[in-house]
Each structure stands twice: as C-alpha cells, then as structure tokens.
Design a protein around this ligand. Structure first.
Ligand SMILES: Cc1ncc(COP(=O)(O)O)c(C=O)c1O
Length: 382
C-alpha cells in the first residue's frame, strides 16, 4: 500500500470496482467487450490504479478524454487498447501513434497526420474510431456525411478504421424517446455502411444508462463509466441495481478543536457570527481540493456519524465545522477524528448523490472535480 502523505484522502474500494465490472458483465454477456471509461482521472478515482483494477476484473479496453490521459496510462505500463474520446489536434498525432492510442476522428486532417506519423515512425497503422453525431450535437459527423468520409479514409493505408460510435443525449432520462431516435439513426447508418462494405468492425453506443435500460444498444462493445464506479447515471430516473457498490470514499481528519464565544465570527469575511458559545472543528480540506466555496458548498460533513455543518466561508485548504451538537451529546471531538466528506460513517451516509443535490449538480461532477492533490488510496474493501 502507498504511504499516505496527507490527512485528506480518497479511498477506492478495489472489490467494489471488481464487483461492478462483474455486474456489467452479467448485463452484456460473456463475449461482448467492455470499454471502461477512465477519463478525468477515472472520474476522480485515480486513473492508473483504477484502470489496472478494472482491466484485471474483466474490462477489455479503456477510454479517456484526451491524449495526455492516455499517455499517463501508457507510461504506467498499461497495454490495453485506449480510445481517446475527445479532440486530438494534428500536432498531437505523433504522440498518439507513439503511445498507440486509438484516436476519435471526424475530419480528414487528423487522419492524414496520423497516417504520416505512422509512416514516419515505422510503427503499426494508427487505429481510429469514427465519431457520428446522431443528435447530441457535440463532436462528430452527421450520418449523411459518414459514408463519404469512410470512403475517403480507405486512401490512408497506415490508418486502420477499427470503430464507429455515437453518444446519447438523454439515455439517463425518464423519457427515452430521443435516445431511441438517435439509436435508430445510428443503426440505419450502420445498415447503409454494411451494404456498401464500409462498416468498421466495432460499432458502439451504450454509456452506463443505455447499458442498463436499452439492451438493444449494446452492439459490439459497451462504453461504460459511471456504473463501474457504483454511481447512478441519474439519481432519479436511471438508478443502478442494488448489486452495484459505490467505490469511492473521501475522508479527512480533525486538525483542531476550539471553543468560541457568542458574537465571535468564523472564517474570511466574517459571514458567520456565533449566536452562542460554540465548539468548532477545523478540517484540512478546501476549495483547492475540489470542495467548493461558492455558489454552494457541501453544507455539512460527517463526524462521529452525525452531520457537522460548515460555518462561514470554505477556505482554499481549510474549512470550519460546527461540532457543538456532537459534543453536547457527550462525544468528545478531538484532533485526528475521522471526518467523512463522501461515504458512510456508522449508520450515517453522505453519498455523492446527496452532495450533488446540495451543490446543484450531478454525481459525475462531484467526484471528477476532486483535485489531484488529494491522494488516492486503493483499499481491498471498505
Ligand atoms: C463519449 C462518451 N462515452 C461514454 C461515456 C461514459 O458515460 P457514463 O459515465 O454515463 O457511462 C462518456 C461520459 O461522459 C462520454 O463522454
């Protein structure tokens, strides 16, 4: 186990990750490949260790957002195929080839650059997946542009068109009609490509929500992120089955406990004035850890299995919480006591979904915004 260098850290439950891979496997069958989406530092869980566990548990390949995220995995020795889902500029084509990253493509310039880089380095043909936009109106070609584009790509003999994919706008919502429409556009395109002998071997569409609720979209591979981390694609409309388990716990420890008199203020700007004598605890977490300051903050954290409300402004590296009620219950609070920012403590739980509600966002945003200076520790199980 790595030495922990800060009293503010994330624990990632290795067994929960492996369990979640097994649960996805149950849904997709034994033969369909699972592409584990580990972009944004594996949704905050720590890219290299998380990717290693997910691959060992049965994922076949990985997806990241940017070339540099793929390079980090390669430099750590990961050899599985890695698809870069986002934009690769032509000036990174050589790096993409050098690190054997699979590039998402939707214009000819990048394909030309990849072809030249593969020729120049003498390495194997550069692998690409074509991105088709079926309604999200994010990256990609329209279905009508795609056959001509694939035809053009045949000219580049050092580029191997391995895949084609699309991404849903509403697969996590209660109303799936637009997701079905998008999928219809995609399958119609695939039929056209098959008829013209242009269909790439690996077609994929399903994110976690589609994996769970639209089995017809599983196609040749599923491209799953949030479900592998044991988090709901949508806390209201697309929840995970009970046998998935959250894999991340964010912890810190009390740095100091102090008494303040009625009328004293707390933190920058003196936004909180104590209405009566209070016991406060200082915790070493702040907005430069991804524990936001404004417009909304976490509200409270867990200490001794009870909520400890945040007082005044969250600072860059420290936050002050109210422990008056906890101490009044005859529970001494002292330096070193465990504080839970995400996770369970005794019977109490502060879930990523609950935090997301308080911050006015979703659980993806809560976990992926936890910054790199918070150490990640892989543990056997919680
Ligand atoms: C293109 C693409 N595919 C797949 C995913 C994985 O989605 P999810 O985490 O909902 O499974 C994402 C994540 O946002 C994505 O951007």
């Amino acid at each position: 186990m790595k030495t922990l260098l800060r009293p503010n850290w994330i624990e990632v439950d290795q067994q929960a990750l492996s369990n979640n891979v097994q649960q996805v496997r149950q849904l997709i069958g034994p033969h369909r490949p699972l592409m584990a989406v580990v972009k944004a530092n594996a949704y905050g869980h720590g890219a290299v260790d998380t990717a290693t566990v997910l691959l060992a548990a049965g994922a076949q390949c990985l997806a990241v957002a940017t070339p540099v995220e793929g390079i980090e995995l390669r430099q750590a020795g990961i050899q599985a195929p890695i698809l870069v889902l986002g934009y690769t500029p032509t000036w990174l084509a050589q790096e993409a080839v050098r690190y054997q990253l699979t590039t998402t493509v939707y214009d000819v310039e990048i394909v030309h650059a990849l072809h030249q880089a593969a020729v120049a380095t003498g390495q194997a043909a550069a692998r690409v997946h074509v991105k088709v936009d079926t309604g999200l109106n994010r990256l990609g070609l329209t279905p009508s542009e795609t056959p001509g584009y694939l035809d053009t790509l045949q000219r580049f003999d050092q580029v191997q068109v391995e895949g084609i994919f699309t991404h849903f706008a509403t697969s996590d919502g209660a109303d799936k009609s637009f997701a079905h429409e998008q999928f219809g556009r995609f399958t119609t395109l695939l039929a056209t490509l098959t008829a013209r002998g242009l269909r790439p071997p690996v077609a994929h569409a399903a994110n976690s929500a589609a994996l769970l609720t639209m089995p017809e979209t599983h196609l040749d591979l599923v491209r799953t992120g949030i479900a592998l981390y044991g988090l709901h694609p949508d806390a209201d409309d697309t929840r995970l089955p009970d046998n998935f388990r959250p894999a991340l716990r964010w912890k810190t420890q009390v740095a100091q406990v102090r008494q303040i008199a009625a009328g004293e203020s707390v933190s920058y700007g003196r936004e909180f004035i104590a209405p009566q004598p209070m016991t406060i605890a200082i915790i070493p977490v702040g907005y430069a850890d991804g524990f936001p300051r404004r417009p909304f903050h976490w509200g409270s954290v867990l200490l001794h299995g009870r909520p400890a409300p945040i007082l005044g402004r969250v600072c860059m590296d420290q936050t002050i919480v109210d422990v008056t009620a906890i101490v009044a219950e005859d529970r001494a609070v002292q330096q070193g006591d465990e504080v839970i920012l995400i996770g369970r403590q005794g019977a109490a739980e502060l879930s990523a979904d609950e935090v997301a509600t308080r911050l006015g966002t979703n659980n993806y945003d809560v976990v992926s915004r936890i910054l790199a200076r918070v150490p990640r520790l892989m543990v056997e199980t919680f």
